[in-house]
Design a protein around this ligand. Structure first.
Ligand code: CMC
Length: 424
């Protein structure tokens, strides 16, 4: 892999460690041998740590680049649909026309949930957060498909991928239907993936649901833009859970749990809550000041990213889609949109945000689109989870298809040294 070395001096010891290069991106220093030298590396938050080798997604945060299997996200959003992107992430190449059709047909074969799954939904309080329900229901899929799931079998892994891609919209929509007390709507296989999702969300048994093509296209873009994002917190959680050999449905449930937090997938919900709290354009300055105040925990939700320090390429596509959707729905003058646009403009010019390279991220706009479509804020992260399932699964699949070890980080221990239990 390499014949390059880096030399690390620790006290009077000089340690040579191998250096590897990827296709693009920073070189990595292989520190695996350091444990034999009696030292660990220390990187809380994994800011400088490559936890694995992967060929799925590449991000160049400085230049706002996001590639899936080499293809720029902007091109995929323009020319592809979500299911084709799923195929690409999973298999590494775009499908031929025939493969694409077969993949779409296969996914449609798996859209229904086992009827007993309905009971899981019924067990939740009506006011449960839909992420809690989704996490529980997806974890429960492991109880339905555990016996036949051999992680080492490529065929079974593929069926699991198909099941997950197909069933996530049904689970997501049923989380919503359960919360509002409406009957669960079954999937319709004559519709596209995103149209079907909208009909399960907004359809009712007494009327035929006709999906709006512009909203369905916007929904599909949201799915594409959230499909994968390299080794983020939830994907790393799925890999770590998967490294123990755990059931893949349970691993995906662990990803859902990790995604839920406001610093990660919960941000799009937090953006809308924040815009509502700001309430009026006249309050924006006050909230900008709060975001800049180190003694105030408030942050501008939808701004900043651990990796993107120039712009988030997904945010650009989302901003265009937001415009299309709001125009289609006649909501160009929506007060929250006005606050969002003004906030964005002020923050982009403010020295605090410019200096720290804090730009709007994908979640700043996706929340506005989802709200305009009529999706309640508590469902936003659920939709992110639905979209990201293929990313989680592709990473899990990549890991278990090759050589892997259980993930087991170490620590810098700062607790008490050994001491005796007081016997008096
Ligand atoms: N508002 C105000 N200040 C901020 C913000 C913000 N949204 N984000 C970062 N900062 C400041 C932070 O206080 C720090 O300032 P200083 O250097 O003076 O101490 C500096 O910018 C660097 O921040 P950090 O916390 O070290 O950056 P991070 O890489 O650890 O955090 C982040 C990245 C996304 C968690 C953070 O920017 C944030 O909390 N943003 C708001 C939540 C959000 O929109 N999350 C969605 C991310 S995109 C979806 C996804 O991929 O999950």
């Amino acid at each position: 892999m390499t014949d390059r070395k880096a030399t690390l001096s620790v006290g009077d010891k000089s340690i040579e460690v191998p250096v590897y290069s990827g296709t693009v991106g920073p070189d990595v220093i292989d520190v695996r041998g350091l444990v034999q030298e009696g030292v660990f590396t220390y990187d809380p938050g994994f800011v400088s740590t490559a936890a694995c080798e992967s060929a799925i997604t590449y991000i160049d945060g400085a230049n706002g680049v996001l590639l899936h299997r080499g293809y720029p996200i902007e091109q995929l959003a323009e020319h592809s649909d979500y299911l084709e992107v799923c195929y690409l992430l999973l298999h590494g190449e775009l499908p031929s026309a025939e493969e694409n059709q077969k993949f779409h047909d296969t996914i449609k074969n798996h859209t229904m949930l086992h009827d007993q799954m309905r009971n899981f939904f019924q067990g939740f309080r009506r006011d449960a957060h839909p992420m809690a329900i989704m996490c529980g229901v997806v974890g429960a899929l492991s109880a339905f498909y555990h016996g036949e799931m051999d992680v080492a079998s490529q065929e079974q892994r593929e069926i699991t991928a198909h099941r997950l891609i197909a069933k996530m919209p049904t689970i997501a929509a049923w989380c919503y239907k359960y919360a509002i007390g409406q009957p669960f709507i079954y999937p319709r296989n004559d519709l596209s993936y995103s149209e079907n999702f909208l009909q399960m969300m907004f359809g009712v048994p007494c009327e035929e649901y006709k999906p709006n093509p512009i909203l369905a296209k916007a929904m599909d873009k949201i799915f594409i833009l959230h499909a994968d994002h390299e080794q983020n917190a939830s994907t790393s959680t799925v890999r770590l859970a998967g490294s123990t050999g755990a059931n893949p449905y349970a691993c995906i449930a662990s990803g859902i749990a990790a995604l839920w937090g406001p610093a990660h997938g919960g941000a799009n919900e937090a953006v809308l809550d924040m815009l509502a709290e700001i309430g009026d354009e006249s309050n924006i300055e006050k909230f900008i000041a709060k975001a800049k105040d180190k003694d105030d925990p408030f942050r501008l939700m939808g701004f900043g990213h651990r990796v993107y320090k120039n712009f988030d390429p997904r945010a650009k596509v989302m901003a265009e889609t937001a415009h299309e959707v709001l125009t289609e729905l006649g909501l160009e003058n929506d007060p929250l949109l006005k606050i969002a646009q003004r906030l964005e403009k002020i923050a982009l010019e403010d020295e605090y945000f410019v200096k720290r390279k804090l730009y709007p991220n994908v979640d700043f706009y996706s929340g506005l689109i989802l709200k305009a479509i009529g999706i309640p804020t508590s469902m936003f992260t659920v939709i992110f989870a639905l979209s990201r399932t293929i990313g989680w699964f592709s990473h899990w699949n990549e890991m278990v298809s090759g050589d892997y070890r259980i993930g087991r980080p170490r620590q810098l221990y700062t607790g008490s040294d050994s001491r005796d239990y007081p016997t008096k």
